[in-house]
Design a protein around this ligand. Sequence first.
Ligand SMILES: *Cc1c(COP(=O)(O)O)cnc(C)c1O
Length: 506
Amino acid sequence: MDAKEFREFGKATIDYIADYLENIRDRPVLPGVEPGYMRKLLPSEAPEEPEEWEDVLKDVERVIMPGVTHWHSPQFHAYYPTANSYPGIVGELLSAGIGCIGFSWMTSPACTELEVAMMDWLGKLLELPKEFLNCSDGPGGGVIQGSASEASLVALLAAKERTVQRIKKERPDMDEGEIKAKLVAYTSDQSNSSVEKAGILGSMMMRLLPVDEKCSFRGSTLKEAVEKDKAAGLIPCVVIATLGTTGTCAFDSLDELGPVCHENHMWLHVDAAYAGAAFICPEFRHHMAGVELADSFNFNPHKWLLVNFDCSAMWVKNANDLVGAFSVDRIYLAHQKQGLAPDYRDWQIPLGRRFRSLKLWFVLRLYGASGLRNHIRKQVALAHSFEKMVLADPRFELVLNASMGLVCFRLKGADSITKKLYEALSQSHKIYVTAATYAGSYMIRFAVCSRFTEEKDVQFAWKEICDQAEQILSCEQNGHSTNPFSKEMLWESAQNSEIIPPNATR
Ligand SMILES: *Cc1c(COP(=O)(O)O)cnc(C)c1O
């Protein structure tokens, strides 16, 4: 393909993307295909001769689209948002066009320097303590990782090295292997699966500790576990706290966990993958009280801040902890300006790295801080509007108050009815929600995800939920199974706004 053809192909593809996103509301959010669907649509061998780009682009609609889950559909309410914006897409394109690998400053100075500057812009928007910023002239700084999972693993590995070095000095009788076998990591049982995985990958014992009734991980719980482990001769090493848990968007108590970490020389890493974006709005910053006690902080602009995947922002108070843990020198990696700017290869797992700060730069400039705050506030408001609909319907109950863009709800009564509702919604493909459990009871998560979601889409989703619920409830009644929604009961529950405690027997 020559440059002339690239221009045509590229422009046609941009048009295709714009049409796709502009009309995404018309496509069912979930595909109707079965496993193996694509095998029938593709030849079994790669073509021997080159084909025309027009034919390839046509096949996107025929082969690919039937099997796409439309993550940016306004009816997508599963998991958490994943970012998508026009400035973000163009940033991705330019990054691919330049195609540099920025593992050290020398391999592309602009790649490192824009990242240093963007991590400061972003850190200031969140009002992170200044020790985290590159511009603080201290050892702190920010880096773009590929994912929150990588950030947790990087923090855990850096904590491991820091602790090993400390214990080696205190206990010259212990060898490194012995020390490593005694290290313990702590997190809550509500933390993301990737946190447990970081423990597996980093070969560290990980305690998944219980949370309070608001799903928050508290200082007293940590303190008790740490003391028990110390008494057993183990070495507490790292705590991974969550701001905005995956299940219910709960916030761990950083200002309680921080002092316990400090007293016990433990590294405190904060995983704010989803909710961290909201801290650009002052009204949500109270959730990160205590962040000054953290050693590292991470959130995903690729979730809720309109920067296309992958862009996970991580700040550390002392980058020497990362460099000390990960630096491996080779003659071919050395350069003359070493030490004058970060060599980001020492802050991450891979050697190679893309020019990801470009899309962050584009998004920050083309939305402006005010545009990004509007985006967050609009989605939080839509979640509250959905929450009101749940509260106004006596057949339903909230499991917890709406948190950020997430509402967790269920049908009153046995888990089996909510489970049936979830199955019916999954089969009708009109909206996409996920299920979860809270304190042992089954619930549905409704997350405001797409930047295209409007009030009318929230109403559409609620109508679909009510239609399916109605069918399930009338079936239950006709089948003479225990239906908790007899006329009297409905009347009663309308009178009584009490929410059944989640651990009550149903
Ligand atoms: C989504 C999520 C993750 C995983 O993020 P990746 O960037 O996909 O690794 C981790 N923690 C929390 C709290 C999340 O919501």
